[in-house]
Write a new protein. Structure first.
Length: 63
């Protein structure tokens, strides 16, 4: 399943004109928690990336 999903993300990488060194990170970034828990077996989601992004934005805005 993961390999199929990684292959499905190739056109997105081309459109972005950026090739991810680890396409699994792109997949993780695009996977919402609600979806990740619905499939079996559960997969990793973007919740930690979201938290990191919010923290970086808070740091920038507070300076």
């Amino acid at each position: 399943m993961l390999e199929k999903r990684i292959n499905e993300l190739v056109p997105l990488q081309k459109k972005l004109n950026y090739k991810f060194n680890d396409p699994k990170l792109l997949n993780k970034a695009l996977t919402h928690k609600s979806y990740a828990n619905e499939i079996n077996p559960p997969i990793k989601n973007n919740e930690r990336f979201e938290f990191l992004g919010d923290s970086v934005l808070d740091l920038i805005v507070s300076d």
